[in-house]
Design a binder for this molecule. Structure first.
Ligand SMILES: Cc1cc2nc3c(=O)[nH]c(=O)nc-3n(C[C@H](O)[C@H](O)[C@H](O)COP(=O)(O)OP(=O)(O)OC[C@H]3O[C@@H](n4cnc5c(N)ncnc54)[C@H](O)[C@@H]3O)c2cc1C
Length: 440
């Protein structure tokens, strides 16, 4: 039976969602001396940052214990990424091995010259997007593709495969202005123990009620009434950190309704990216941290990170339409697809060397309904609209409100801080001024 809520009746702030944004908001609010509780629908913290532990017996008899990230794995723009410093301070291992994404191991299915040509074509596309955004254009980013019968245009499908990984959607569904606004320093690191393990550890000890989905926010009274599957609480303010697809579908009903908020969230939907972690026998045949892309002539192909951290594993990464299609077929479809692509590259013998360990299903999970957000064409300004406070007492935060670092853990973290500071100011407190600066 679901336990009813027993919470203080004089709460200052309810934080809805205990992912990166919710945890950082709660930490900052608590530092300011406010009474705060996080309400989290899932049984765990971390949201879309989620590490599962896999233990494998080695042939030498030892046990290999590996934290596998089903969601966020990389500290993007790592040299500017607040989570790198926070992670180190929390005792986590920050691994600076660069990602292999731009390479194709052994040149299989793509020669070195082709890899260079593709890299140049992608950089030229990025430049055209930047120029269009500077001119104030906000159409589909794919409008900046070259015709398919030109040397650059031959790579359009492959660019869409990459867009599936970057945006969770093909470039035709991505706003030029938003894509250009993303800040990427080109440096990417990882957390040895798992990025999800880090995020949930940062939430340890905070006041949180799990298995407690919020269903409704009643803003008709002087205090906000937050209704959950386990009863209702009241608070002066709310920090709302749930993914945009849930705001757009009004999974949490806000009354009186907020059509502008729902509309803004609909302009910044979550695309889909999916992962399958596989064990591979005879992993020593591959260089550690190397990469294979399944095909170069279609967007319906996945990327395979061989031996991440040198482990005897392969991580398959599926984006956009391909990921939605495979999710619709059910979890085993990811592994089957990966095996077919890897066998086509490495020979039929490879099939028996692979076994699935963990597969993500972010698209069908009730509390995410996707992976990370992109702005639709014509909606490049919607992240800003999304984060407008409501009556100075409902504050929206999450990866989707991070205009330069959207789709990331650190973007969500910084937005949680921003929303917390706005809340503190709205409640008439300035105690945070004596605290370390935001994001520190
Ligand atoms: C496959 C994949 C790969 C990724 N790779 C990277 C990467 O390499 N690097 C990177 O930085 N980022 C990556 N990301 C993105 C990153 O995971 C997210 O941007 C970030 O974790 C989002 O944090 P958030 O706090 O905004 O949202 P969330 O983590 O989604 O947190 C929102 C929380 O709200 C809860 N919730 C939802 N509805 C309710 C409700 N009704 N009541 C109460 N609680 C509710 C959810 O359970 C969740 O815990 C990846 C994501 C995926 C899925």
């Amino acid at each position: 039976m679901t336990q009813p809520l027993f919470l203080p009746s004089d709460l200052d702030v309810v934080v809805i969602g205990a992912g990166s944004a919710g945890i950082s908001a709660a930490r900052r609010l608590l530092k300011a001396g406010l009474s705060v509780v996080m309400l989290e629908a899932r049984a765990r913290l971390g949201g879309r940052a989620h590490t599962v532990v896999h233990r494998q017996i080695e042939h030498r008899g030892g046990t290999l214990e590996m934290g596998l990230d089903l969601g966020a794995g990389w500290l993007h723009s790592a040299d500017e990424n607040v989570m790198a410093r926070i992670g180190r301070a929390a005792g986590f291992t920050i691994d600076e091995t660069p990602p292999p994404w731009r390479q194709q191991a052994f040149g299989i299915g793509m020669s070195k010259d082709e890899q260079v040509a593709f890299g140049e074509a992608f950089d030229a596309f990025d430049d055209r997007v930047a120029q269009a955004a500077a001119r104030g254009e906000d159409g589909p980013a794919s409008d900046l593709f070259k015709p398919t019968d030109t040397p650059e245009g031959r790579w359009n499908d492959r660019m869409d495969a990459i867009s599936g990984a970057l945006n969770g959607a093909k470039f035709a569904d991505v706003s030029t202005r938003d894509y250009d606004a993303y800040r990427d320093t080109g440096i990417n690191w990882r957390v040895g123990e798992g990025y999800g393990a880090l995020v949930s550890a940062l939430g340890e000890g905070l006041p949180v009620v799990t298995d407690c989905a919020v269903t409704r926010i009643d803003r008709s009274g002087s205090r906000l009434r937050i209704e959950t599957v386990r009863g209702a609480v009241e608070a002066k303010a709310v920090v709302l950190t749930v993914p945009t697809n849930l705001i757009a579908s009004e999974a949490i009903r806000i009354e009186p309704p907020l059509p502008a908020l729902v509309e803004a969230a609909a302009g910044v939907p979550l695309g889909l990216a999916s992962k399958v972690h596989m064990t591979v026998e005879g992993a020593e045949d591959f260089p550690g941290d190397s990469q294979l892309w399944g095909r170069t002539d279609t967007s319906q192909t996945a990327g395979y990170h061989l031996r991440p951290f040198g482990r005897p594993m392969i991580e398959g990464y599926f984006g956009g339409d391909l990921a939605w299609g495979l999710e619709a077929q059910g979890e085993p479809a990811f592994f089957d697809f990966a095996v077919d692509e890897l066998v086509a590259l490495l020979g039929s013998d490879f099939r028996r060397r692979l076994a699935p360990v963990a597969t993500s299903m972010w698209g069908s999970e009730d509390w995410s309904r996707g992976a990370y957000s992109h702005c639709l064409p014509g909606h490049g300004g919607d992240r800003l609209k999304l984060k407008q406070p409501v009556e100075n007492r409902i504050f929206i935060a999450g990866e989707a409100t991070a205009e330069a670092f959207y789709g990331t853990v650190h973007g969500a973290w910084m937005e949680g801080e921003r929303a917390a500071l706005e809340t503190i100011a709205a409640l008439g407190l300035d105690r945070w001024e004596s605290e370390p600066r935001p994001t520190e």
